[in-house]
Design a protein around this ligand. Structure first.
Ligand SMILES: [Zn+2]
Length: 122
């Protein structure tokens, strides 16, 4: 038995139908289908609040298709992984180099980036 997910907006008790994920490293807010499980930086939204969503200044909102053909599990997992990686703070002392991200995919105008890992010789 899983409890009904509710909109996370204050004073709103509508059932959640979207999940909003903030990708801080990318200044992007991704609005997609309701996530299977809650994660940090994720907020469940009802249809109305998702519709009215506006991004903070300087942020981009990416709306994933939620009608018609649902995205494949692979797409969702790839996105979830990308979001998780982006949300994870860089290890101390190993700051990621700027401008060396490698584009590994493109979903609409959402670019999935992975930082290039410097290869070290043994
Ligand atoms: Zn709401």
């Amino acid at each position: 038995m899983s409890p009904v997910r509710r909109c996370s907006r204050t004073a709103c008790s509508q059932p959640a139908v979207f999940t909003l994920t903030y990708v801080y490293a990318d200044s992007t807010a991704v609005l997609g289908p309701l996530a299977t499980y809650a994660e940090p930086h994720c907020y469940d939204l009802c249809a109305e609040h998702a519709e009215r969503l506006t991004a903070p200044r300087g942020w981009e909102v990416v709306r994933l298709p939620t009608e018609g053909v649902p995205p494949s599990t692979d797409d969702l997992e790839a996105l979830a992984n990308a979001v998780r990686e982006a949300a994870r703070p860089a290890p101390a002392g190993k700051a990621e180099p700027v401008g060396q991200a490698v584009e590994i995919g493109r979903r609409g105008h959402l670019r999935v980036l992975r930082s290039a890992q410097p290869q070290r010789d043994r």
